[in-house]
Design a binder for this molecule. Sequence first.
Ligand SMILES: NC(=O)c1ccc[n+]([C@@H]2O[C@H](COP(=O)([O-])OP(=O)(O)OC[C@H]3O[C@@H](n4cnc5c(N)ncnc54)[C@H](OP(=O)(O)O)[C@@H]3O)[C@@H](O)[C@H]2O)c1
Length: 325
Amino acid sequence: MKAVVVEQYAPIDQIELKEVAVPLVTLGHLRVRVQAASIGFVDGLKVEGRYQTKDPLPFTPGTEFAGVVDEVAADVKGFAHGMRVMGAARSGALAEYIIVPPSAVEIMPDTLKPEAGAAFRTNYLTALYALGERGSLRAGEQLLVLGAAGGTGVAAIQIGKLLGARVIAAASTEEKRKFAASFGADAVIDYTKADWRDALKELTGGHGADVIFDPVGGEVSVQAFRSIAWNGRHLVVGFAAGSIPALPFNLPLLKGGLLIGVDVAQIARREPDAQARVMAQLSTWLNDGRLTPVVGKVFAFTDFRAAFKTMQTRAALGKMVVRIG
Ligand SMILES: NC(=O)c1ccc[n+]([C@@H]2O[C@H](COP(=O)([O-])OP(=O)(O)OC[C@H]3O[C@@H](n4cnc5c(N)ncnc54)[C@H](OP(=O)(O)O)[C@@H]3O)[C@@H](O)[C@H]2O)c1
């Protein structure tokens, strides 16, 4: 089978698509024929060996995928050859086949295409866990989404609307703001402008943002916190801008605001009930058609490097997906 193989941690330009053996199914696992895999921020860091945990070399990158069950170990119940599934693994999704435990996958609704299935799990789990479980976003509240045209950002717009919030999307270009608006944002802001907080104040009628979804980090995070409403919640999701901001402690006091961390990587272990609640709600929305995962751009398998580069150069709108099968 064909697989992207990282033999040395290196920039994506130096990584090759190789011919490798189809992996064998081991007890407690199933083999999925991958049809689509999506590229996340973390995948780019892992390829270069810059993520907090390093995958032992050689490895195949790619965490999120959708495909068809190919073979099931004798001790695994509930799955059969031919079932359409979507899921996430620690690595290995940029390959024609992947071996995973059943807990890593779920049945893909008939209405979803593999590209959308591959773009689902991390971003939507993050958005609903952050906004619902951590941020307690309520209907009628004002939600500010930073990096709103990015993978998690656009998911936060959709989930924010489903939770009944008024969503204000902040993004750096006209194209990104249009993209954010097309997925339901009620208003948009150019947060690269020096006076963007004045625009936010006006848009919220002087109230400020009740909840801030922040996958960006850097100076914009501190500015956003300065515009938080009384009793507002600022959700720390990520640092796509590359720098970790430092918040003066007087600001939470003066604003009556909360800074709340979000880490979906830990919830299966620390809050399994919350994870189950969030996944059940997402499944309901997916199955009744109220939620469709946003696919930004689809790349051919041979063009996997372009998918990484689009994301790494701040050029991506939505999630980058590689079509494999
Ligand atoms: N905490 C968690 O559980 C969790 C879960 C998923 C992801 N994350 C993290 O969240 C962050 C964002 O993930 P994502 O999938 O939304 O990424 P993404 O699709 O690349 O979007 C990130 C957005 O950040 C903005 N940005 C500002 N400065 C940037 C820069 N120098 N380079 C790249 N983007 C920049 C961009 O919007 P503008 O151009 O409009 O500014 C971009 O659209 C990552 O750090 C990721 O690791 C955390």
